[in-house]
Structures are given as C-alpha cells and as structure tokens.
Design a protein around this ligand. Sequence first.
Ligand SMILES: NC(=O)c1ccc[n+]([C@@H]2O[C@H](COP(=O)([O-])OP(=O)(O)OC[C@H]3O[C@@H](n4cnc5c(N)ncnc54)[C@H](O)[C@@H]3O)[C@@H](O)[C@H]2O)c1
Length: 341
Amino acid sequence: MADRTLGIALHGAGWVAHAHAASWLKNPHAKIVSVSDVDRQRAQRFAEEFQLDCAVRDDFQQVLDDRQVEVVDITGPSHVHAPQGIAAAQAGKHLLVEKPMGLTLAENQALRDAVDRAGVKSLAGFVLRWNPAVETIKSLVASGTLGQLFYVEVDYWHRMKPAHHAWDLHSRKQTGGSAMLLGGCHAVDMLRWLTGDEAVEASAVSNNQRGLFEYAANVVALIRFRSGIIAKTSTLFDCEMPYAFNIDVAGTEGTVRDNRLWSKRLLPGQTGWMTIPTILPDSGDVQHHPFDAEINHLVDCILQDRPSHCNVADAYRSHELCLAIDRSLEEGGRPVTLPLA
Ligand SMILES: NC(=O)c1ccc[n+]([C@@H]2O[C@H](COP(=O)([O-])OP(=O)(O)OC[C@H]3O[C@@H](n4cnc5c(N)ncnc54)[C@H](O)[C@@H]3O)[C@@H](O)[C@H]2O)c1
C-alpha cells in the first residue's frame, strides 16, 4: 500500500461526524485537515473537542479549493448530501457520503454519474456491512453453509420521538425523505449485501400510527430478487421497544436468525440452535457502529486504487430499491418493477 497520509475534510460537525472523526483519528494514513459546518461555531467547538490542528470553516467552496483536502466526508443533513457530493467529486475529491445519499432518484443518479465521471473513490454510509454479526452471516452465505438462499428478512425498528436531536430535519419529507430513506435504507442495503442479488419487484404498505412524521412512519415491503429469492423488510419508527435490526436468512441447507445458526451441511449432528458469540447490530447509537472498519476500508481503497463494494454506484441500487418501495406506497401498494430508471 502506498505509504502516505490522506488529507480529510469533515463537512457537517454534528452527531455522526463525532463518530467519524474518532475513526479517522485512529487511521495512520489519515489526517483531518479541515472541519466545516454551516454553523462555524459548531465547527470550531468540534475542532477544539478533538484537539484538531486544522482549518475551521463555514464555506464549502473553501473546502473544495483546499489542495490539502483529498477526501471529503459529507456528514451534514440528508437533503444536502447529493449536491455537496457532486461538487466534491467535480473538484476531484474522494468521497465518504452518509446515507441517504440523495432523497430522489434524480439526485442519486446525478451523484452516481458525477462520481463515475470524476473517477474518484467513494463510499456510502452503509456502515452495518462491517458489523461483526453481518460479516459472519456474509461468510456463512459465501461458504455455502446455508445452501442456496431462498428467503431473507431484515427489519429496522427504531423508535423515533420528537426528543430526537435532529427531529425537525428527520421528521419532514423535504429533509428526511421517508422512513425507508432515513433508516430503512440500512435494512434494504443488507438484503442486497447478504444475497448479492438485485431486486426486480417491490410492493409495500404503511401506516403512520402516531401521526408524528410528515411521511408514513411504519412500512413493510415484499421484494422479489432476480434469482427468485423472496424478501421482507420493515421499518418501524413508531415501535415501543429498544432498537432492533433483525436478520433472518433461509437457505436449502440451513438458516441464520441473527446470531443463531442451523446448518445441516456444517453441523449434521446438530440438535439445537448454535449461538455464535459476536456483536449484533442492536444499537442505533453511532458509538456502536463499526465506523473504524468502514473508514479503514475507504482508506485502503484509495491507497490501493481499487473500488469499494459499497461505493456510490453500488449504494445507488439500495437507494433505488428504497425509492421503489416509496413509489409502491404512493400507488396504493401496487408492485413496482426495478430498475426504476
Ligand atoms: N450511517 C449511520 O448509521 C448514520 C447514523 C447517524 C446519522 N447518519 C446520517 O448522518 C447525517 C447527519 O446526521 P446527524 O445525526 O449527525 O445530524 P446532526 O443534526 O447531529 O448534524 C448535522 C450537522 O450538519 C450541519 N449542517 C446543516 N446544514 C448543513 C449544510 N448545508 N452543510 C454542512 N453542514 C450542515 C448542522 O449544523 C449540524 O452540525 C444524516 O444524513 C443521517 O441520516 C447516518
């Protein structure tokens, strides 16, 4: 690997940026050279908190003009991700863009195309791909321990209340998008990541039990994949329970239910579920998310000049599936065919 240090700019000095910064600081090939936010005082406090020796700004153009900046980490609110990501790519910067990348199909396409044209490396914020339980399930699928997959179910159940720190942004359609784009995208991305397959059809129903959001807070979708795998995903913002991210994967030779394994191929004498000691994706706290591994992966991709499996082009497909689910909701649950474009 090229032995050099990448200059990192964090743009948007809020909650998730704190977790990103802690991970950037642990990587020996990264140096935070710029922190910016529309609120310069927030950026200043952020730099002081992490004792950063870096530029502090409220002007994104200055970030893009800074030759020391090689990677822009976009951590502001969801509705600004796509335009900022496009500008960063056009300025020749590598990109880490938090999810959701964009709130419309056109925005997601424009970001994907801008990154492609610029030839920069990119990573979208589907950080749960690096969760240890997910890495374990992915390995079990790849090794054939479960046989041929035919059903996958991933749910994102996360009670969201007005006390949430970003409630005004997240609860509105224009800035939060939808339940699928805001939170359910992690579960939708997990369906694609674990199956290695692309959806061809999605249909969904929803309700808005507490009436707190501008969009439907609770969604359940049925999905058919190209290979014939069928899937279910749900997002519940109105649930009354601790955060849960359920993963069920069923194949012809075995089944995984979160950290429990049944496999007649691997464990022919099995008489009960085997529990795998691991770390489950069972917290919505960004401190629990595996940002160290995600950021190390992006740095490796840049220094080794190879694309990420979670780049903007790949993540486009997860966003497209979220938008297909939303389209089905708008059309009364009618099945929507993919690809949308
Ligand atoms: N990958 C994950 O698991 C994960 C977890 C949490 C949040 N997120 C995503 O990260 C994003 C930020 O969420 P958060 O909880 O940190 O929000 P936050 O409100 O804590 O922070 C957002 C920051 O962006 C700043 N900001 C506002 N407008 C801006 C602009 N135009 N340009 C730059 N900065 C701007 C705000 O002043 C604030 O400091 C959201 O899109 C959210 O979906 C992802």
